[in-house]
Design a protein around this ligand. Sequence first.
Ligand SMILES: *Cc1c(COP(=O)(O)O)cnc(C)c1O
Length: 422
Amino acid sequence: MSIGTKCVQGGYTPGNGEPREVPIYQSTTFKYASSADMGKLFDLEAEGYFYSRLQNPTCDIVAKKIAELEGGTAAMLTGSGQAANFYAVFNIASCGDHVVSSSSIYGGTYNLFAVTMKRMGIDFTFVSPDCTPEELEAAFRPNTKAVFGETIANPALTVLDIEKFARAAHNHGVPLIVDNTFATPVNCRPFEWGADIVTHSTTKYMDGHGSAVGGAIVDSGKFDWNAHKDKFPGLTTPDESYHGVTYTERFGLGGAFITKATAQLMRDFGSVQSPQSAFYLNLGLESLHVRMKRHCENGLAVAKFLQTCDKVAWVQYPGLEGDKYYDIAKKYMPLGTCGVVSFGVKGGREAAERFMGKLRIAAIETHVADARTCCLHPASATHRQMNDEELRAAGVTPDLVRFSCGLEDAEDLIADIKQALE
Ligand SMILES: *Cc1c(COP(=O)(O)O)cnc(C)c1O
C-alpha cells in the first residue's frame, strides 16, 4: 500500500459484521476465564489485554497504523510527545550513561535532556546539526548509548542530515533516534535513511486539529542489539522484574525495544494515551497525507510572499529556494517539509508584537501544526525570561515570529499578513 492508503486504512481491518470505524475500547480492564490464563499474560507468554495502563486495543490499532506509516516493526502510543522522547531514550540509557543530541531541538525536549534526565544521571552532549563528521565523532564517549535529533527542528526549522547522524551512531554501535514530528511519515521516513527509532508528538500534524495531546514511538527493527550486547544489557539479558525474560530472545529484533518500553516504562511511569484520544488521533491520521500537502503549499506560498515584503527582515523556511536547508530538505523531503515558517519583522521585538496583534486570521497560540493558522512570538512567550543576548544564543532573535500555516486558503493568509504589516 502507498502512504495515503496506509493513512486511511492502516492498522485496522474489521472482520465480518465488525465496526467499520476503529472502536473505542473504553475499558480499564479485560475479563479472563481463569487465573492461569491471566498468569500467562503477566509472564509475557501469551498475548492479550489485561489492564489499559499496559495496553489497550484502540491504542494498539492506532500504534499499528503509525508503525505502518513509518515502515517500522512495532510501535506504542504515549500520553504526549514528551513521554515518547523520554521513554525512547530511557529505554536504553540509564544512570551513568551518555547521549549525543542535536542542539537544535524542541525546547521541552532540551529541558527534559539537559535538566531532568541529567538529574537522573544521564549526560547529554549537544552538537550543532550542521557539525562536521569530525565534530560529531568527538562528541561520543565509551558510555554513549544513543544519538538524537529532529528531522525538522521546532522552532529553529533546521533540517537534520539523517545519514550523517546515522553513520556516526552506527560506527559507535548505538541507535539513532529521530523525532519526526514536523515532517511526518508522509514527507519523510527516517528509517529509509538509517534511523533506528522514530518518535512523534502526535499532538501536532498527526492529530492535526488541536484535539488531543499524544505521542508515539516506532521501532525500525533494524538495530542489532545483540551485536552490542554489553551496551544494552536491558534488552539482551534477563529482566528480573519480568520473570527473567530476555527481550531480544523472546521478541526478536523487531519487537524487543517496544515490548521492553511497554512492559517496564509504561508499567512504572504510566504515561498512557487514552483510547478516546487515540480515536481522535486516528481520525487525524486518516487525512494526514491530504493535509500535509496543503500545509506545505500554504507554507511555501506564505514564505515566498514574506520574501517580497520590505517590512520583513528575513524569512526561514526549508522548502524555500535559497534557504540554508533547501538542498538537504529536497533530499530527505522531496514532497515538502511542513507548514511552519519563521521570519523577522523589521523593528525587532516591539514591531513583531505589534504585527501579531493586528493579525485577524492567524491566532496567537503556543500550539503549532494544526488546521487553523496560528503564530507565536517566542521572545514574549516561550522565551520571555531571556534578554536579547540570551535569545540570540538560543537561536531565537527578538524579532522572530513562528507562523504555522493551517489549511485555510493561502490568499487569505497572505492578505492577513499584508494588512497586519501595513
Ligand atoms: C511539541 C513537540 C514535542 C513535545 O510534544 P508534546 O505532545 O507537547 O508533549 C516534542 N518534539 C517536537 C518536535 C514537538 O514539536
